[in-house]
Design a binder for this molecule. Structure first.
Ligand code: FAD
Length: 331
């Protein structure tokens, strides 16, 4: 293993000049790892007009930021982003590179690691350091979520991994924190980018941004039908919440997969998660147990969801939710 590799990098993903939350979230555990290792934490920001993101990354815990800007980075493309990150890694030789497991991160990370001939642990949910080897211990679910595997990369550098959004929380924003912003001039020629963005189309039904939502009202099989979700939506609209659901609901065709919370759906960490007619299977809980406050409505008092809930209401959701809405409107 080469001594030349040092420091921990977090890739802070941007699109159209805005950062995705996951990059800032990952700076929090990465800060702890860097402190334990006694190395620097560097944010890597690639985008168009994104200097403010580099500054924010420092305020969220990075010691410094590497900034690559250009028109070709306004929207994600595999060729432009993978090339830029690959060149940065070759030049600066980070010991560890952590990337959010978003659609773009899942596309870019493995391509870069393959070009570098190093390993990548995908879709992690926990990060630590193996005290004996000094390697990052990347933990991820395996065998359908029944086991957690901890993976280390003792031989190759950098050690790379993607980490799911909403698993970690952002550190408090320190507005007065300063750090160096290192500009790197990397440009990818238009003819080297083999894909072209023709048009951006918003999801037809509704924008589903579960990972960034503060409040989620989620429905399970207990909602009974696609039509039953009108009650869930009414409550969500009232609270300014996003609608989530269990896999049983997606399998039944009542809601699109974009709304699914859980191991094979999205991992969420809202301030409030209201689970309505959801039993609390381990695969569902895996995706929402990081919520600050969990409220469960279920007619079965033995339902496992009550074990993770902060507040539980035993009753028929079609009685409880309308009563709640009526009471809430009076406040
Ligand atoms: P059920 O388990 O059928 O529970 C329905 C609940 O509604 C019951 O507790 C019942 O008491 C209650 N209820 C019924 N009527 C009412 C009413 N009128 N009022 C109030 N309560 C009522 N699941 C996920 O959710 N997300 C995942 O990402 C996911 N990934 C998976 C991955 C794998 C590999 C596997 C094997 C499974 C996965 N599952 C996932 C499925 C999971 O195991 C459960 O089957 C699923 O979560 C059950 O959904 P549910 O709670 O809506 O339905």
């Amino acid at each position: 293993m080469s001594e030349a590799y040092q420091n921990i990098w977090v890739f802070v993903e941007t699109e159209c000049g805005k950062a995705k939350n996951v990059g800032f979230e990952l700076l929090n555990p990465a800060r702890e790892l860097a402190d334990k290792k006694g190395c620097k934490l560097v944010a890597v920001v690639i985008g168009k007009d994104v200097e403010h993101v580099a500054k924010d990354a420092i305020c969220y815990g990075a010691d410094s930021a590497i900034l690559v800007e250009g028109d070709e980075y306004e929207y994600y493309s595999t060729d432009a982003f993978a090339t830029a990150l690959f060149e940065l890694i070759q030049k600066h030789k980070p010991e560890t590179v952590i990337i959010g497991a978003t659609n773009n991160g899942r596309d870019m990370g493995p391509r870069v690691s393959c070009r570098l001939k190093t390993g990548l642990t995908a879709d992690c949910t926990a990060l630590d350091i193996d005290e004996e080897t000094g390697c990052i211990a990347w933990t991820r679910p395996t065998f359908g979520g029944n086991l957690m595997a901890t993976i280390e990369c003792p031989e190759c550098r950098p050690q790379m991994g993607t980490v799911r959004p909403a698993v970690f929380k952002k550190a408090p924003y320190q507005a007065d924190k300063t750090g160096e912003i290192i500009r790197e001039d990397i440009h990818v020629a238009a003819d080297a980018i083999r894909t072209k963005l023709v048009e951006r189309v918003k999801e037809v039904a509704e924008a589903v941004n579960l990972e960034e939502a503060d409040i989620i009202v989620s429905g399970g099989r207990g909602v009974g039908s696609a039509e039953g979700f009108a009650t869930i939506r009414e409550l969500a609209d009232l609270l300014g919440a996003t609608v989530g659901c269990s896999r049983a609901v997606v399998d039944a065709g009542w809601m699109p997969h974009a709304h699914q919370v859980g191991q094979s759906g999205k991992t969420v960490a809202p301030k409030v998660y209201i689970a309505c007619g959801i039993s609390g299977a381990i695969q569902h809980v895996a995706g929402m147990s990081g919520s600050d406050t969990i409220i469960a409505i279920n007619k079965d008092e033995e339902a496992p969801i009550f074990e993770v809930a902060d507040y539980g209401i035993v009753g028929n959701l079609f009685d409880v939710i309308p009563a709640f809405i009526e009471a809430y409107k009076k406040i």
